[in-house]
Write a protein that binds this ligand. Sequence first.
Ligand code: PDD
Length: 284
Amino acid sequence: MRTVYINGEFLPENEARVSIFDRAFLFGDGIYEVTSVLDGKLVDFPGHMARLHRSLKELDMPFSLTDQDLLDIHRELVALNGIDEGLVYMQVTRGVADRDFLFPAKDTANTVVLFTQKKALTAKPIADLALKVITAEDLRWRRADIKTVQLLYPSMVKTMAKKAGADDGWLVRDGFVTEGSSNNAYIVTRDGTIVTRDLSTDILHGITRHAVLECARDLQMKVEERPFTVEEAKNAREAFITSATSFVSPVVEIDGVVIGEGTAGPVAAKLREIYIERSRQAAQ
Ligand code: PDD
């Protein structure tokens, strides 16, 4: 059984309890971060903390734990659960208050929950990671840049994709791809340029995205941050996604159209290799 963290305590997972009046339960009034673990260490923890603070600020959510407190809790949980490879999920909610649309007038104590998931992140050869995606209208609220726990639509899209025999969905607004259901989306054009949507309120500002684009630029690859259409994606030489749990994973089919050779492309393979290498070195 896992040990989880809840509001200052490390407990067996079946003993952790959250109130039915928690605002995340009633209003989706909570935010989260997912940090990957390699060799028992946290990948890009400062990046996840920076984004957590941004989400807190955008939602005007008070929060009192320091980054050092959160680092200590993450590390303790990784050690208690013997995680060599996997992830740490952290959720922070506005806390408990009687049901009212207004944010509570008096600051409530946050609910802070963390748990781990063991997952083999690096063992599979890239050929086994090849994904088929379908496209779906991006019907999420217009603040996809805030990492809230309101994940019902992405969950519906992923389930739709599975039913259609694919692995995931790419979301589309006005004909342009925003991002994947739980990852950022990229194509490699016929002239070898990596294209991914520019940062705005339309997409989550991926921590892996930031690091992978830095790898690409260091490798002298050409990068363009701009929207791309579904048509452009279908004609691309390569496509791939990034996230804390998939790192860099190739996309080989979009709406049944085979991309490039239909196998993991060289740009995705190179970026995956370099990203994992750098992440191992910098993990803390
Ligand atoms: N998802 N876009 C969306 C909509 C996401 O949910 C995620 C992450 C990303 C990639 O962000 P990062 O590189 O920081 O993981 C982009 C996490 C992994 C999840 O919900 O499980």
